[in-house]
Design a protein around this ligand. Structure first.
Ligand code: BGC
Length: 415
């Protein structure tokens, strides 16, 4: 149902702007890893929104998809006693910083704005530390997506794959058509992002027991061996120059017709949109074949560091990102979906509407899981041990059987 208040607020927020020469009462020093074209466009929406509220912007972008480099910089800054005011943060990293007592308490703001009632509990589990709100969720991304070039798909007969076997036959057909079937960047976090979809395609039960519960039988068992076999199959469809390639350059290969598809979280959609492409006519979004009905999510949250910058500016920033009008405008550009359940889907394209519907359905069905690759299944130390094994296998260091054994050993050592 179209909400009239929402339409008016969208219109009002779009015309509200301050001149560049405006002096700001409070600045926000914001550390994040949103540096690709699509991400920068989304940051622009955030920046305009804050400036419209009189909060200045000190940008601290640290390039590197998935945020590993940003988290390294964050640790160095906190150690040097120079924590940023606000930080883009994922999942269990928030809990680690909460344990260290570094995060500001947002309980008063959350209570006055009623966050408890509108943020799904799966997200609150990360936004709250020991029951206190310490982060404001700006979105929900999910990783079990495939982004397919419409023309490359049409050249294979036009049917988007919905099972593993269909996926392999579409990849084969793309190869036969002379394009790189799978656009991929060989960086550990990107290998891990594909692994989210591959593991989930072997069943919700397997995903949960291996990557959330860290059950040794699942970590080292036959389904894990099969997951690594599937990873090796996918590896055979990647071009020779994949090592080190940034994820947005892999998206560009699909956008410009060099490659057939990319397996990536829905931030990839931001790149397609930024390039002027339209879902349905230029590209197709499908869930990783075999994972329909399930979602592996990650949520970008804004964590505020206590004692760093003014708490008024921190609260104003948190309040801004929690605003339903902002959550619509930002996520339409970013490729993600709102972190609030009360934001209508009317501004979103077909893939965004599907993302919102899939999230709600998976939540209701008990098939919504955190993304391992993006820090929502286990604490960072264990996650990074898992990612290392996935990446080493992808790069040919281990056979599938050896990788499953390494998985058990690496998790045990990191625990
Ligand atoms: C973040 C996204 C970001 C992506 C690529 C993910 O971890 O959640 O917001 O676009 O990394 O940098």
């Amino acid at each position: 149902m179209v909400n009239k208040y929402f339409v008016k607020s969208v219109a009002a927020s779009l015309v509200l702007s301050f001149s560049a020469s405006q002096a700001f009462a409070d600045d926000v020093d914001f550390l994040h890893w949103w540096t690709s074209g699509g991400e920068a466009a989304a940051v622009g929406v955030l920046k305009d929104d804050l400036e419209g509220k009189g909060i200045g912007w000190k940008d601290m972008p640290i390039a590197g998809g998935g945020g590993d480099a940003a988290m390294t910089t964050l640790k160095a800054r906190v150690t040097a006693g120079n924590a940023p005011t606000a930080v883009q943060m994922l999942g269990y990293a928030i809990q680690d910083w909460g344990d260290q007592g570094k995060l500001a308490n947002l309980n008063d703001l959350a209570a006055s704005e009623g966050w408890d009632a509108v943020v799904p509990s799966a997200l609150q589990a990360f936004s709250k530390h020991n029951g206190d709100w310490v982060a404001a969720p700006v979105n929900v991304h999910s990783t079990n997506w495939v982004w397919i070039s419409k023309s490359a798909l049409d050249a294979t007969g036009g049917n988007a794959p919905s099972t593993w076997e269909e996926l392999v036959s579409v990849l084969d057909a793309m190869k036969a058509n002379g394009i790189t079937p799978l656009a991929h960047g060989g960086q550990a976090w990107q290998d891990a992002t594909i692994f989210d979809g591959v593991a989930l395609s072997l069943g919700n039960g397997f995903y949960k027991s291996a990557l959330i519960d860290l059950n040794e039988d699942a970590l080292g068992g036959p389904l894990m061996v099969e997951a690594f076999n599937r990873m090796a199959t996918l590896r055979s469809y990647v071009d020779d120059n994949f090592s080190g390639r940034d994820w947005n350059l892999a998206s560009a290969m699909v956008i410009n017709g060099e490659a057939g598809m990319q397996m990536m979280g829905d931030w990839a959609k931001g790149e397609f949109l930024k390039a002027g492409q339209k879902p349905g006519s230029d590209f197709v979004c499908v869930r990783f074949p075999g994972t329909q009905g399930s979602v592996t999510f990650n949520s970008d949250q804004f964590a505020m560091f206590s004692g760093s910058g003014s708490s008024a500016a921190q609260e104003a920033m948190a309040s801004s990102v929690m605003n339903p009008v902002f959550q619509s405008a930002f996520n339409v550009v970013k490729g993600s979906v709102p972190a609030r359940t009360d934001v209508p889907d009317m501004m979103f394209d077909h893939c965004g509407k599907k993302g919102m519907a899939d999230l709600a359905a998976a939540n209701a069905a008990g098939s919504l899981f955190g993304s391992m690759a993006h820090g929502h299944t286990v604490r960072p130390a264990i996650q990074s041990a898992i990612v290392d094994v996935v990446s080493a296998h992808f790069n040919g260091e281990f056979s599938a059987e050896e990788a499953a054994e390494e998985m058990v050993a690496a998790v045990a050592a990191a625990r």
